[in-house]
Design a protein around this ligand. Structure first.
Ligand SMILES: Cc1cc2nc3c(=O)[nH]c(=O)nc-3n(C[C@H](O)[C@H](O)[C@H](O)COP(=O)(O)OP(=O)(O)OC[C@H]3O[C@@H](n4cnc5c(N)ncnc54)[C@H](O)[C@@H]3O)c2cc1C
Ligand SMILES: *[C@@H]1O[C@H](CO)[C@@H](O)[C@H](O)[C@H]1NC(C)=O
Length: 452
């Protein structure tokens, strides 16, 4: 039996998470470990795994291991590195997308990476599987598209497309770059910053059986399979990235096409004919082996948008997490990592919240710690995009300078001290809520939570 002395009884905390991408799922696992009640609402009927390959840097892996101890081991069982031995720390081999990969200009492929970096990529589906494995089914609601979020003095009221309503103490909008929660947070004060910005590039994406990819790409002069190791083929009109996924059984390809016109199509994915897709790329003088790989792609142009400026990640009891806050160009392969870092910091803060009236303080501390770093990733990913498009100021198409830049530019992302973020977040929350630090004697009237 529980005996409780409660004064100023507060309703129990109930967090609504909107969107079950990597960000929302990582937060769900974090809240599960912190004992914070939540419900995750996802518009789709099941997890969406569009986009195939995703690579996690050392910061992303550390953050996920902190959220879910044992994650790294699971990730090891689904991720793939370079096939060539001794290239564990090589992020990419730098080449040119033009016929002959730059050999005609005398360029010999060079790898870039760092000692702290371990080359790995996974299939999105496998990644979501190992994250969702621990979330109880009753906390997940699929087929629930949120249409409006309104704030009341008791929390938030969530309306769904199917006519249902739900209440929660707060909502975390992890509904992606096109999500509706961003409008709720920014719409009144910064209407011009709600919509994401077209970055002037779209991608075609392919997953190719590794045997076929190796046959098409053949071996390089050193006798290594070109398709077996992660590669960045740079060019001013087109950039192509290939890397192994699915334990080396498949090769993931992302083909970026520069586009100087505004995106006019009413959707962000535009189906085209296969012929149009192939001529769109082959007419740029792209190496014919890469065009052959492109034959495996979905003939869909996927427009890339980002959120360069986001003046706040929260408003009242609604908070943004992941791409809804800081969608980024993928040129630093760092977007998902920032979603996971958000989830780490926010789940720890929500774990400290003992009454709903502390939620805004938790969101404000999260905003102060996460926003500068995540927005810097968005900014520098644009720079990285310019570098790979051979048009960065002072670098241009000088491949030696490009490689030198690539060897340095990720260190602040990868080596960041995440535990320090968590410690700073927790201590700032405690000082702003007047909460005792552990070890101190609690004072005043306290809520006794007694297990039955
Ligand atoms: C080509 C490309 C390559 C990339 N490669 C990498 C990489 O190698 N490494 C890396 O770290 N990052 C990479 N990224 C970035 C990474 O994919 C994203 O940062 C990450 O997937 C975003 O996750 P998210 O959970 O914020 O949003 P999303 O994955 O977009 O998930 C949002 C979810 O919310 C749901 N939703 C939307 N609206 C509603 C609503 N109204 N109600 C309910 N649910 C809703 C959606 O259905 C979806 O499931 C890449 C991105 C691109 C485009
Ligand atoms: C944002 O996008 C929506 C939908 O595409 C559009 O209707 C609206 O006008 C845009 N808002 C701004 C400020 O550009």
């Amino acid at each position: 039996m529980a005996t409780q002395t409660q004064q100023n009884k507060q309703p129990p905390l109930q967090v609504a998470i909107i969107g079950a991408g990597i960000g929302g799922l990582a937060l769900a696992v974090g809240l599960l470990h912190q004992g914070v009640p939540f419900t995750l609402y996802e518009a789709a009927k099941c997890f969406s795994t569009v986009g195939a390959g995703v690579g996690l840097g050392p910061n992303a892996l550390r953050a996920m291991e902190e959220i879910q101890p044992g994650f790294r081991k699971l990730y090891g069982s689904i991720s793939s590195g370079n096939v060539t031995p001794g290239k564990d720390h090589a992020m990419m081999d730098a080449l040119l997308v033009e016929e002959g990969f730059g050999e005609k200009r005398g360029w010999k492929p060079v790898s870039y990476g760092a000692a702290c970096y371990e080359r790995t990529s996974a299939h999105r589906k496998d990644l979501l599987d190992i994250i969702t494995g621990s979330i109880p089914k009753e906390n997940l609601r699929f087929g629930k598209r949120v249409t409006t979020l309104s704030q009341t003095d008791r929390g938030v009221v969530i309306a769904f497309e199917d006519g249902e309503f739900a209440e929660a103490s707060c909502a975390v909008g992890s509904d992606g770059v096109k999500g509706m929660s961003r409008g709720v947070v920014l719409g009144e004060r910064w209407p011009e910053l709600v919509n994401a910005t077209y970055t002037g590039r779209y991608v075609y994406r392919a997953v190719i059986p590794m045997q076929k990819a190796m046959k098409i790409m053949s071996k390089d002069l050193d006798g290594h399979e070109r398709a077996g190791d992660a590669k960045m083929f740079m060019g001013d009109q087109c950039i192509i990235v290939t890397f192994p996924i699915s334990k080396g059984k498949e090769c993931n390809m992302v083909c970026f096409k520069m586009d100087d016109k505004p995106w006019m199509y009413h959707e962000w994915t535009k189906p085209v004919t296969k012929d149009l897709m192939l001529s769109d790329i082959s007419e740029l003088g792209v190496d014919r082996r890469l065009v052959k790989l492109l034959e495996f792609a979905n003939p869909v142009q996927w427009a890339l948008h980002d959120h360069l400026a986001t003046p706040t990640y929260f408003s009242g009891r609604v908070c943004l997490l992941g791409d809804s806050a800081h969608a980024t160009l993928p040129h630093q392969a760092a977007g998902a990592g920032q979603c996971i870092e958000d989830a780490l910091v926010l789940s720890r803060l929500l774990g400290l919240v003992s009454s709903p009236n502390q939620l805004e303080t938790a969101f404000s501390v999260y905003d102060g710690i996460r926003r500068p770093r995540a927005q810097r990733v968005v900014r520098t990913s644009r720079e990285a995009g310019d570098i790979c498009a051979l048009k960065a100021p002072g670098i241009g198409d000088d491949m030696d300078k490009i490689v030198a830049n690539q060897c340095q530019r990720y260190l602040w992302i990868w080596e960041h001290d995440l535990l320090d973020d968590v410690v700073r977040a927790e201590s700032e929350f405690r000082s702003r809520t007047g909460k005792e630090t552990p070890g101190q004697q609690p004072t005043g009237s306290l809520v006794l939570a007694v297990a039955v």
